[in-house]
Design a protein. Structure first.
Length: 168
């Protein structure tokens, strides 16, 4: 089941939340910085990397004080590689692979790659909804529930339109 909800990702109850990140696991926007604030010191301690990760990678950490148990960090940008459709598509695939590997039943994911210098909302919605539909059609049992967490009713309407256009 896929739902679109208007909420604050830092307070969504799920087995795991997806956090868009840079190759150094830094937040990509001020709204995602809130996850670090709410997650607290235990969460911050897990955000140290020895070397930069590849764009398109996804890594799992604990969630500290967040409502979720785990965080899947989706690497969508590096110093040398800006946000792109190809990088976001790889990151979504990696996130879904990690969710399956960790048997995450309920996943909360924001639009990936949107914002200044990034993808437009419609492209991000089409990409995410398409990837979720393909993942489900392949018969992968995890995640069985996905909440696409958006910040406004406008974003909700765009994602719901793309979900209606694809089988769920």
């Amino acid at each position: 089941m896929i739902r679109v909800v208007v909420d604050d990702l830092a307070f969504v109850s799920a087995d795991a939340v997806v956090r868009p990140a840079t190759a150094a696991l830094e937040p990509v926007s001020p709204s995602h910085r809130r996850l670090e604030q709410v997650g607290g010191q235990a969460f911050w301690q897990q955000l140290k990397v020895q070397q930069e990760l590849a764009v398109g990678a996804a890594v799992v950490t604990g969630a500290g004080e967040l409502a979720a148990e785990l965080v899947i960090h989706a690497v969508i940008r590096s110093i040398t590689e800006p946000v792109s459709s190809a990088g976001v598509r790889r990151a979504i695939t990696s996130v879904l692979q990690r969710a399956a590997d960790w048997q995450i039943r309920r996943l909360a994911i924001p639009p990936l790659g949107v914002g200044p210098g990034g993808l437009d909302l419609e492209d991000a919605a089409e990409m995410l909804c398409g990837a979720l539909a393909s993942h489900h059609a392949a018969g992968v049992p995890y995640p069985s529930e996905v909440d696409i967490v958006v910040e406004s009713s406008l974003e909700r309407d765009v994602f719901e339109r793309f979900l209606r256009e694809r089988p769920s």
